[in-house]
Design a binder for this molecule. Structure first.
Ligand code: CMC
Length: 428
């Protein structure tokens, strides 16, 4: 017999169905709760609330497991490419060679952005934050590709919107970087694969032929794969909820970019490097900064530490830490902040404050050190996270549409003033 949960309210017993996922996770289905009981649930920050049934990404925070469509992140990071992982997330299976080629080809056909988009790039002050630019520019794409505005697209139209979104994102990100330097933009080259093309548009020059080091291409692929999806996090949930009102793909992704920007989410990668630099300038006394992070009267948090779901090692952080050593060695870079980061981690992992709260390094702790070694400035780090997370956002958006999920609209418990009569301004 199917398992149920019993809820006793006002002397009445209600049977609530229990749902079990393919990895054994259990949930109490409360979708009929209000209709049956008149009650709603309250879960500020959604710490206990499943918002959907999803077949994209599985993570077990207690055991430090992360899988995309069933494939362990460790295998994908070692063996796959970013575009293959994007295909896997969005279409549900690893592509055959033929399908991968066709996907690459389709992407390469849409890498150009409308020439008038360049006027937007020109309008931003050169020092404005790239994340603000990115969310605006992605939203602006909807004006140039209005076919995406149709609320109910055919499968083919939907697929075209997805392809355009992925293809144009790399161009937009690299052009933001070029504009920040005051350099002319570099146009995409269809002879390159997606990641090489992105690096070519970012680090290429109009004045000379630039060859991108294969170490840099491999590192970029790995980082983008590790960021590609992370189930119902703040930005993915934002993308789903915006899309649930039938907003177009550009508007939905733009909202996800805004959600990612905050330092508690993707913005942590920038905050980590800024923190490490500060510790370095302060003489490198890690004990002092650990003490600050533990001090409840000090707002400082150890950036790149802790996670809502992982209460054990973040498997992405393990891979990135190793990659960080390998890549810096291959590129012949000795970055002092890497030593500070390792020391902080060592001290924190032995400290009862961090141990008791199960705070471990997360994906953002070492990623910035690699981005910096590859040549990116600090304020581009979160934009790179967005580029990596894009396939995940799209997969989540597509799944929400395919499941025909209703508009996302939480309830609340009202705690404000009850009835008041309007008071004329002169009498207040
Ligand atoms: N440094 C010091 N104390 C911390 C930290 C930290 N980084 N993270 C959590 N705590 C403490 C927190 O003060 C609280 O202590 P107490 O129980 O005494 O009040 C306890 O640990 C639980 O923290 P919480 O804020 O209730 O946990 P949460 O699940 O709401 O927040 C988090 C998760 C990631 C927002 C938080 O750990 C944090 O702020 N970390 C630093 C920012 C960061 O690295 N963010 C990147 C997240 S991973 C990438 C991504 O997915 O975007």
């Amino acid at each position: 017999m199917a398992q149920t949960a019993q809820l006793i309210l006002d002397d009445k017993t209600f049977e609530l169905p229990v749902i079990e996922g393919t990895e054994g996770e259990k949930a109490i289905d409360i979708s009929k709760l209000r209709d049956q009981t008149g009650y709603v649930t309250l879960d500020i920050g959604y710490k206990n609330t499943g918002a959907t049934k999803s077949a994209i990404t599985f993570l077990d925070g207690e055991q430090g497991i992360l899988k995309y469509r069933g494939y362990p992140i460790e295998q994908l990071a070692e063996k796959s490419s970013f575009i293959e992982v994007a295909y896997l997330l969005i279409y549900g299976e690893l592509p055959t060679e033929e399908k991968l080629k066709a996907f690459q080809y389709e992407l390469s056909r849409h890498t150009l952005v409308h020439e008038d988009m360049k006027k937007f790039f020109d309008g931003f002050p050169s020092k404005s934050h790239p994340m603000g630019q990115l969310s605006s520019l992605v939203s602006a794409l909807s004006a140039f590709y209005p076919e995406s505005l149709k609320p109910s697209q055919t499968n083919e139209e939907l697929n075209q919107s997805i392809i355009k979104m992925i293809a144009k994102m790399a161009t937009v990100v690299s052009w933001i970087y070029k504009k920040s330097l005051g350099h002319p933009v570099i146009y995409p080259q269809n002879k390159y694969d997606y990641v090489t093309n992105f690096l070519h548009m970012t680090f290429g020059q109009r004045t000379e032929e630039v060859t991108i080091d294969p170490v840099v291409i491999d590192a970029m692929n790995k980082l983008l794969i590790l960021h590609a999806d992370h189930e119902q996090n703040c930005s993915a949930s934002t993308v789903r909820i915006v899309g649930s009102s039938d907003s177009n793909i550009y508007a939905s992704v733009s909202a996800g970019i805004s959600a990612l920007w905050g330092p508690l989410h993707g913005g942590a990668n920038q905050a980590v490097i800024e923190m490490l630099e500060k510790i370095k300038e302060d003489g490198g006394d890690t004990d002092k900064w650990i003490a600050k992070a533990k001090d409840k009267n000090d707002p400082f948090r150890l950036m790149g530490f802790g996670h809502r779901v992982y209460k054990n090692f973040d498997p992405r952080a393990k891979i990135i830490k190793k990659a960080c050593d390998d890549i810096l060695e291959k590129l012949g870079i000795n970055d002092e902040v890497l030593e500070i980061a390792k020391k902080l981690e060592e001290v924190a992992l032995k400290d009862p404050y961090f141990v008791e709260r199960k705070l471990y390094p997360n994906v953002d702790f070492y990623s910035g050190i690699i981005y910096r070694a590859l040549g990116f400035p600090t304020d581009m780090f979160t934009v790179l996270f967005a580029l990596g997370r894009l396939p995940g956002w799209i997969a989540q958006w597509k799944e929400m549409k395919e499941n025909k999920e209703p508009i996302g609209r939480p309830r609340q418990i009202y705690v404000g003033a009850t009835s008041k009569d309007y008071v004329e301004i002169a009498n207040r």
